[in-house]
Design a protein around this ligand. Structure first.
Ligand code: COA
Length: 252
């Protein structure tokens, strides 16, 4: 990639070339004093959206990811960042002519998945591993019966990571299809085993490719100061990528 102070902050994750998809990771900590550079890439609407975030860290991450996305798309299309145009799918998935992409943000880390060469659809998701969630209560809402049974065999120590991995795979699948949470996460069977097992949707085998992303070591093991009295804490991030071929069924 041609050098740019902003895209220099991106880290390309090591995926097999045969996926035909690039996934970039961005960390807030790598964005010191780049606010003007970020703002210069955004549209007027996007700058207004940044101002509406209540949380300054979320605003910075959102702005930086959108600015990097514009830079990456502009490079693929051979245009300027201001000439990049977005449209929205039926359930709000952003798209841009000729390139398939998807983004995700969580805590202080964001991901951009992008495929310019292959006629595929991509979905990407990053999740924090939260130690303060009642995992089984959530699992009852969003997991299949098989997934709940598998989770119930795990120790309290193993549950948070297993659930985060499962949830991240489900969201990546939902986002690749562009359907979002309204589709029903409990219809998608992904499990948490490594490597990812075959996806089933409504009990029927599915052809999507799901990949557990090799996030940077720092993101996988990060320890953040615990908030007192049950506040959320983050010990690690997990991320997933879903790739759909043009022959994949339209579920939306
Ligand atoms: C897509 C969705 C699952 C992402 O939720 P999230 O985990 O909070 O957020 P993430 O950071 O991982 O992803 C957000 C990005 O996903 C993309 N996105 C938005 N809607 C999408 C969709 N339907 N499919 C795929 N990607 C979508 C956007 O690029 C968004 O980032 P942006 O705001 O910078 O443009 C969620 O917003 C959703 O379900 N949206 C669809 C609306 C819907 O069906 N709502 C029903 C709620 S019950």
């Amino acid at each position: 990639m041609s050098p740019h102070p902003l895209t220099d902050a991106l880290q390309l994750l090591p995926l097999e070339a045969s996926t035909g998809v690039d996934v970039w990771q961005l960390e807030l900590a790598h964005l010191h004093e780049l606010d003007d550079t970020v703002n210069a890439q955004l549209s007027a609407d996007e700058r207004l959206r940044v101002k509406r975030f209540a949380n300054p860290a979320q605003a910075r991450l959102w702005a930086a990811i959108r600015a990097c996305l514009r830079l990456l798309l502009a490079r693929c299309k051979g245009c300027t960042t201001q000439e990049v145009e977005f449209s929205l799918g039926k359930h709000g998935k952003p798209a841009s002519q000729g390139v398939s992409f998807n983004v995700s943000h969580s805590g202080s880390v964001g991901l951009i998945a992008l495929s310019a060469e292959q006629p595929v659809q991509v979905g990407v998701d990053i999740e924090t591993v939260s130690l303060h969630r009642d995992v089984m209560e959530l699992a009852a809402l969003v997991c299949t019966a098989d997934e709940q049974a598998a989770l119930s065999k795990l120790s309290d120590h193993e549950l948070p990571l297993a659930f985060a991995r499962m949830w991240s795979r489900k969201e990546a699948w939902l986002k690749a299809h562009g359907v979002g949470l309204g589709f029903g996460a409990s219809r998608v069977n992904v499990g948490f085993e490594m490597p990812t097992r075959v996806v089933e949707v409504d009990g029927v085998p599915d052809t999507a490719t799901l990949i557990d992303l090799p996030l940077t070591a720092q993101a996988q093991t990060r320890a953040r100061t615990r908030a007192p009295e049950g506040g959320s804490s983050v010990d690690a991030y997990v991320g997933s990528l879903c790739i759909l071929q043009p022959t994949s069924p339209d579920v939306g």
